[in-house]
Design a protein around this ligand. Sequence first.
Ligand code: 5AD
Ligand code: SF4
Length: 443
Amino acid sequence: MRRYHVTTFGCQMNAHDSERIKGLLEELGLGEAPSADDADVVVFNTCTIREKPDTKLAAYLGEAAARKREHPDRVIAVGGCYAEAQRERIFELYPAVDVAFGPGSIAHLGEWLGAGGHGVTRGRFGLDDRAFAAELPVHNERAFQAWVQVSMGCNSKCSYCIVPSVRGREQSRRPGEILAEVHRLAEQGVKELTLLGQNVNSWGRDLLPEIATEFGELLRACDAVEGIERIRFTSPHPKDFREPVIAAIAECDAVCEHVHLPLQSGSSRLLKAMRRTYTRERYLMLVEKMRAAIPDVAFGTDIIVGFPGETETDFLETLEMVEEVGYDSAFTFVYSPRAGTEAAAMPDQVPHEVKIGRMERLVELTQRIAGERNAARVGRVEQVLVEGPSRTDPSVLRGRTRRNTTVNFTGSARAGELVDVTIDGSTSTTLRGRQESLVMGGL
Ligand code: 5AD
Ligand code: SF4
C-alpha cells in the first residue's frame, strides 16, 4: 500500500484542511505513514501569515528534496496559503515540488496525484475555482471534538494581512449543509464543536437575500443538536459581534463562555491604519456589553506590535488596553511585512530592535495578567472535557474548561468525559486540580 504523510502549518482552518487532505488520500487508497521519511506522498499544508512559517517550510522542503534524491518516486505536494501566495514561483523556488495547490483546490488533489497516487502532474491553484472542502471526506483526528467549516475567505481589508489574497472573498456554507454535518458528528459521539471561518461571525451575510440568517442563529441551531455539549468558534472579528450574536452566546447552554476578540492594537490611530473599522472606545464598549451579558466570560486576543508608524505612545495605549480588558490569554505577534499587502508598502517601518523590545514588554504584561486571571480560579469547581493524559506527566489527566484553559488534574475519567474538577493551583497558561468524586443523591 502506498503511504502519505501530511505536515501542517498555521491556524485551525489549515489543520482542518489537513483532515480533508488526509480523508481524500485515504479515499484514494493510501495509508498514513508515521513520518515523512516512510511516505510515498509527502504533503506540506503551508501558512504564510508571517515570515516565520515561510522560513520553516524552506527548511522542511530542503530536507524532503534531499530524501527525494534517494527515493526518486517519492511525491512532494505543497498546499495551503504559502503555495497560493507563491503560485507563480513555487516550482522555481522549490524544483523538488511535484504538485502544488491552493487552499481552495483540495478537492482536485486526487486528479493531480492520479488515481491511487500514481501519474503525478503539476497542480494548479484556484481562487477562481474554489470548492467547499467541507464536502470532502474527513480524517477526524479527535474522537470527541471536531471542527466544522462554516465559511471560507474573508471580505475584510486589514492592511497587514495576506489572508484575503490567498483565501479569496467570503463565501458562507449553507445552513442545511452545516447542520447535516453537525448531526452526523453528534451521532458519531462528538461533544465539542469548533465552528471555523476566517471571519466566522460574519457568517451568513453573503447568503442574503436568498437565505436571511446570521451567525447567532447558526449558534442556536447547533446548540439545539442533541449530544453537542460544547460549541466554540474561531476566528471572529469584533466588528461583527452584533446583539443577536451576543444574545446567542449568552443564552445557549452549549456555547462556551470564551470569546476570542482580536484587538491587534490599543491605539485608535493605528487601528485606523490597520483598517480594523473599530476604535479603542468601541472595542471597550463591546467588552463591557459582553461582560454584562455573558457571566464569567473569558477573553482571548491577538495583538501585533511594531505595525508601521507605531510610536511609543501607541504602544503604551496597547499595554493600557491589555490591563483594562484583562485578557485570560493572548497571542502576541511581531509585525511581519507581507508582500502585496497595503502595510508592507507603508513608510515608517519600525526597526527590528524596537519591535523586539516592545514584544518583550507586552509578553511580560499579558503573562502577568493571565496568571492573575488563572489564580482567581483557584478554589472553584470547573467543568472539564477530558482530552487524555497530561503531556508532561502521564499519571495526570488533561482537559479544558469551558473558558478554554488547560487543566492538569488527578482523577480517573476517560477521554471524552465531562467531569467537575476542583482547581487547586495555576500558572499563566494552565490550571491544576483534582476530579470531584461523584456524590450519589440520597446516599
Ligand atoms: N504580521 C504579524 N502578525 C500578523 N497577523 C496577521 N497578519 C500579520 C502580520 N503581517 C496576526 C493577527 C491575526 C493573527 C492570526 O495573526 O494578529 O489576528
Ligand atoms: Fe496561515 Fe492565515 Fe492561511 Fe491560516 S489562513 S494557514 S493563519 S495564512
